[in-house]
Design a protein around this ligand. Structure first.
Ligand SMILES: Nc1ncnc2c1ncn2[C@@H]1O[C@H](COP(=O)(O)OP(=O)(O)O)[C@@H](O)[C@H]1O
Ligand SMILES: [Mg+2]
Length: 483
């Protein structure tokens, strides 16, 4: 008996509770340092701050000799040297369930819209691995955005990742809002990272509206949030998208902006003493950005189509964030300030934009019609100066004549009102008419079905009328469960 007790006593003595508690040694700017606790990078810790808000949530961002480097999710006011730091043994996890739809979350995945708590079925890790590339399904089917310039000439596939490259104030938020309201994706996840608070409210009330919000989950970490919060908001949004993708759904991830995500990573990198590389960006930005963007895309079950905005100052596409993003993404949509100034909205510079998967997800005649449109635009653009000064004389060159003749129709096709929705059939019919061709029904058919918000929430996702019927089956027939 005695030996049994001493055995337990020995065992309890070996457990060292002190290991999981550390003490603050330094607070400098964003960086908090402590002696202990034993933790891994990314581990959540609570800092006791009786003179501040009581508890401050922080995360281990670096380990240096015996010093633990932490960053907080909130303001660090009130932290004192000697305050206790308690390791949680967990990394950031996001409570997920279908009840997230229509809700606004903060950088920790907690509701921030004052509409009460959210019932969660599961927890998803905010920092997750991208799906195994060998198990990922290919991108084969088109997703509709309801925006003619995109669906027509820059067709996007389910699970494709695109960048929207633009300066400020040229219509990124408006465009993302249009896509969110009109897409046939089942769910939108909108990440608003580093936006000003006013822009966030504007986006939710004006750009998204109640109709868009109903089938969206918004994750917000505004510009005044500490960099860790801005960074983690991006991961939380991605985790929410992954949850819906795991249910076999087509998810639209609208991410604004990747530049502000990169800047948050830079702030953290510099604070923990990483060497600045290009334009002050530290190596961790170049490491983290691909990891974040790779999580988007197809998996074994569903898809996440990603639109990531990238801020480009003065059309500098070689700036490090733009350059890194372009290398990872499967296409880029460039918004042009001169088009915006000419009130040509959405201000998509079609000739400067590319969707690498367009030929895969659109039928052959659609691709041909899109090519014809691009050629007409290119010819017009090349000769624009001549045309504008009246130096071009009709009849001199049939290609230029045609470009001039169809210029108005092309403008009409590309310019689209904010509240104007264009179905894929309308878009392709209009495009075909300009190029003088006909796009057969079967090239539109698969994609014609419009999303019905909330439909997929019916008990069995297999019964979901939203999904296209498997090939060879008539639309409207019951899906065969035995696969
Ligand atoms: N499709 C559009 N139609 C009409 N005006 C637009 C459109 N898109 C943008 N704008 C105008 O441009 C302004 C800035 O757009 P916004 O989407 O907020 O830009 P960004 O997000 O790039 O800063 C809007 O307030 C609006 O006046
Ligand atoms: Mg904006």
């Amino acid at each position: 008996m005695e030996t049994l007790i001493s055995k337990y006593r020995e065992a309890t003595e070996q457990v060292d509770p002190i290991k999981y508690v550390g003490h603050i040694t330094k607070v400098q700017g964003l960086l908090i340092e402590s002696r202990g606790p034993v933790g891994v990078i990314g581990e959540l810790c609570r800092i006791e701050a009786p003179k501040g808000p009581g508890m401050i949530l922080a995360e281990v961002v670096g380990l240096r000799d015996k010093t633990v480097q932490l960053m907080a999710y909130q303001e660090t006011n009130g932290i004192e040297v000697g305050n206790r730091v308690i390791a949680s043994g967990r990394t950031l996890e996001v409570p997920v369930s279908n009840a997230l739809l229509g809700r606004v979350l903060d950088a920790q995945g907690k509701p921030s819209d004052g509409k009460g708590g959210i019932r969660a079925d599961q927890y998803y890790p905010a920092m997750a691995q991208a799906p195994d590339p060998l198990k990922r399904k290919g991108v084969t089917q088109r997703i509709c955005t309801g925006v003619r310039a995109i669906d027509g000439v820059l067709a996007v596939g389910r699970g494709q990742r695109l960048g929207i490259f633009a300066g400020s104030g040229v219509g990124k938020s408006t465009l993302l809002g249009m896509i969110a309201r009109n897409t046939n994706a089942a769910v939108n996840v909108v990440a608003l990272i580093g936006e000003r608070g006013r822009e966030v409210n504007d986006f939710i009330t004006n750009d998204l509206g109640p109709e868009g919000l109903a089938r969206s989950v918004i994750v917000v970490s505004p510009s005044n949030a500490p960099p860790l919060a801005r960074l983690r908001g991006a991961y939380v949004a991605t985790a929410v998208a992954e949850y819906f993708r795991d249910q076999g759904l087509d998810v639209m991830l609208l991410f604004d902006s990747v530049t502000r995500f990169a800047r948050a990573q830079r702030e953290i990198g510099l604070a923990i003493g990483e060497p600045p590389a290009t334009r002050g960006y530290t190596p961790s930005m170049f490491d983290q950005m691909p990891k974040l963007l790779e999580r988007c895309g197809t998996s074994e079950r569903g898809t996440i189509t990603g639109f990531y905005t990238v801020l480009v100052d003065g059309d500098d596409m070689d700036e490090p964030v733009a350059d890194t993003a372009r290398g990872i993404l499967d296409g880029h949509i460039v918004l042009s300030r001169s088009l915006a100034q000419a009130f040509h909205y959405p201000a998509i510079d079609v000739l400067a934009s590319v969707s690498r998967l367009a030929p895969i997800v659109s039928g052959p005649l659609t691709t041909k019609a899109a090519g014809a449109l691009r050629r007409l635009m290119a010819v017009y653009a090349e000769n624009q100066d001549l045309i504008n000064v009246g130096a071009y004389h009709t009849g001199a060159n049939p290609a230029i004549d045609e470009a001039i003749m169809k210029h108005g129709a092309i403008e009409e096709f590309l310019i689209q009102g904010v509240d104007e929705k264009s179905t894929i059939a309308q878009t392709l019919t209009m495009m075909a008419a300009i190029s003088g061709s006909t796009i057969p029904d079967e090239e539109m058919q698969v994609y014609r079905k419009e999303a019905n918000p909330g439909d997929f929430l019916r008990a069995d996702p297999e019964e979901d009328p939203f999904f296209d019927e498997p090939e060879g089956r008539e639309a409207g027939t019951t899906r065969n469960h035995a696969r």
